[in-house]
Design a protein around this ligand. Structure first.
Ligand code: ATP
Length: 253
């Protein structure tokens, strides 16, 4: 296992009834880097993401976090060890405010339990930190808004604040700009640039301009394998990538 990596995989494999979606992948995510996973549809990005976060058990191979074997641990254990993924919009509670969502996430990560909701002092402490996190993602003024009232881009920002509440060592973002208009994409790129300070981020992203602006390292997957890996400029100029990914994306436009 590479000594420098915070999160790494060796020979990581996942079969679905005889179909190999992730095929002996080696991956090293350097501390405090933004590492993008890209590739054409069906390349195995989501499956790899689910393996790294414990949402799927691997069929083979090994995953390490800071040198500790986390292979096969369930998602809540992986999350507790410091690998958090941004929650999906569908998991937000429509009536709860943005602040309440983040406060709940802070409380859940504190391990203090529900009784402490009775302590106004502790609750205040969560509120303060919740508001800091909301300010970080640009939602300061919407702290009291029910999540159902937030526009799409704002909901995604709230998901990010919830993930940050867990103070993860590694933050995994699954297509953070999916379905966004240009303005929200720019805002999200800015946001990730801001919150990445001192953190390690793994990002699945289809938008190559977003990848170019954020990623230190890009791993291109194709048919469950690593096709090319390196800095964005190097990867985007690689003939194999142009053929396999950028070419396909251009053709689809
Ligand atoms: N639960 C499953 N059962 C069977 N096959 C699956 C399952 N999940 C994924 N696959 C298959 O594994 C392959 C990789 O899928 P995956 O979703 O990981 O790709 P992806 O790179 O994330 O694609 P996309 O960009 O379209 O999201 C695909 O061929 C998919 O059909």
């Amino acid at each position: 296992m590479a000594g420098q990596a915070l999160l790494s995989a060796r020979g990581l494999t996942r079969d679905f009834r005889g179909f190999r979606a992730v095929d002996e992948i080696d991956l090293d995510v350097a501390p405090e880097s933004v590492h993008a996973l890209v590739g054409p549809n069906g390349a195995g990005k989501t499956t790899l993401f689910n393996l790294l976060t414990g949402f799927l058990p691997p069929s083979g191979g090994r995953i390490e976090l800071a040198g500790r074997d986390i292979t096969g641990l369930p998602p809540e254990r992986v999350a507790r060890l410091g690998v958090a993924r941004s929650f999906q919009i569908t998991s937000l509670f429509p009536q709860l405010s943005a602040r309440e969502h983040v406060a709940l996430a802070l409380q859940s990560s504190s391990g203090l339990g529900w009784r402490f909701w009775r302590s106004a002092k502790l609750l205040d402490r969560y509120t303060e930190r919740a508001d800091e996190l909301l300010a970080m993602v640009g939602l300061a003024e919407l702290a009291q808004a029910p999540s159902a009232a937030l526009a799409y881009g704002r909901k995604r920002a709230l998901e990010l604040a919830i993930a940050l509440a867990l103070d993860p060592k590694v933050l995994l973002l699954d297509e953070p700009t999916a379905g966004m208009g240009l303005e929200d994409v720019d805002r999200t790129v800015e946001l990730i640039s801001r919150v990445r300070a001192g953190r390690t981020v793994v990002l699945v992203e289809h938008n190559m301009s977003v990848v170019g602006r954020l990623a230190d390292t890009v791993t291109v997957l194709q048919a469950g394998k690593v096709l090319v890996e390196g800095p964005y400029e190097q990867v985007r100029a690689d003939e194999r990538v142009i053929t396999a990914y950028l070419g396909a994306a251009d053709a689809a436009r």
